[in-house]
Design a protein around this ligand. Sequence first.
Ligand code: NAD
Ligand code: GLY
Length: 356
Amino acid sequence: MNIIDVSTASPYPVITGCGLLEETGEYIKHYVPRAETVAVITDDTVAALYGDRITASLRAAGLRVIRCVIPHGEASKTAAAYLEILQFLAQEQLTRSDAVVALGGGVVGDLAGFAAATYLRGIDYVQIPTTLLAQVDSSVGGKTAVDLPAGKNLAGAFYQPRLVLCDAETLRTLPAHVFADGCAEVIKYGILWDEDLFEHLRARGTDFDREYVIPRCIELKRDVVVEDEFDRGSRRLLNLGHTLAHAVEKLSDYRISHGNAVAMGIAAITRAAAEQGYCSRECAGRIEEILLRFGLPAGFEDSEVHIGINDIYESVLADKKRRGGRISLIIPREIGDCEIRTMSLEEMKVFLEAAL
Ligand code: NAD
Ligand code: GLY
């Protein structure tokens, strides 16, 4: 077991280890001591795999358990699903001293987190991430959101959990393509801040050392979240590849998963950076090679959706990272070192045209 403390204004631990699900009840008793009822929000796939185990642990700790199960997948990250969860919490008379548990991947975490942030103007919640992506990224840092028809994550809140429990055993049931989605975010940390991590991943591929890689990624995320909790400065580096990724997700009606879209976005931005001399061709080659090694797309060429520069331009207009007529793109300089470059939308068009 490993504890990584996140010292945001409202601090909390991220606990990693094996067999933590069975101890959920005890952890919640300790970190959310006032809770009498726990509302477990999860999706149908995760409910079937882990719902009973977690319920048994919570009940054994003397807690009343209620459960809200949503259909799996990004299509559930909507305002409608969010309102349904709020209605459910209200009907079950959850009070301010009770707690929400988000059990699942990034979709459940973002959605349940947003419900917790706003129900009764905010009640405690615990993240129990069950995908690699959610363990290394979305469960840490308090970004919660739903998608709107106009774009991804357009309604949400910064709202930190009381506790994050990452049980490595849950990753065993992940389908390979969902695991690969998480690998895109893991590779992203290497490109942003840690060449040793990048090299370990390059050498080992999907057989990487999880006991080293998962806590290392969480530490890197913790450090940037503590430095810039509200995403006004260095935290924006985490958006490497994301402006393009969000466009791809929306244009594909969310058939292309977040992790795959992030891989495409990283590949494209790196290619554009190399074309224009911001990074070397060798650096771009290393990034392309590692994405392919993990079975991730290294560009838009084989994508089921055709992405043109105008599609991206339209999508960026609805991107929450836009500030008036300007957008910040994250550009690799070398492995372990990226920069935030703010440019006009017209400059962005010219910059990205090189990559498409
Ligand atoms: P997801 O939540 O849709 O999970 C992927 C699939 O895996 C789902 O079908 C789910 O039912 C299944 N699953 C989950 N755990 C499982 C397990 N242990 N065994 C078997 N199947 C399991 O997708 P995701 O990739 O976890 O998350 C993507 C979402 O996260 C996107 O909406 C993205 O925007 C968001 N995100 C948020 C942040 C943040 O900071 N809040 C960061 C990155 C991504
Ligand atoms: N994954 C983006 C962030 O947490 O800022």
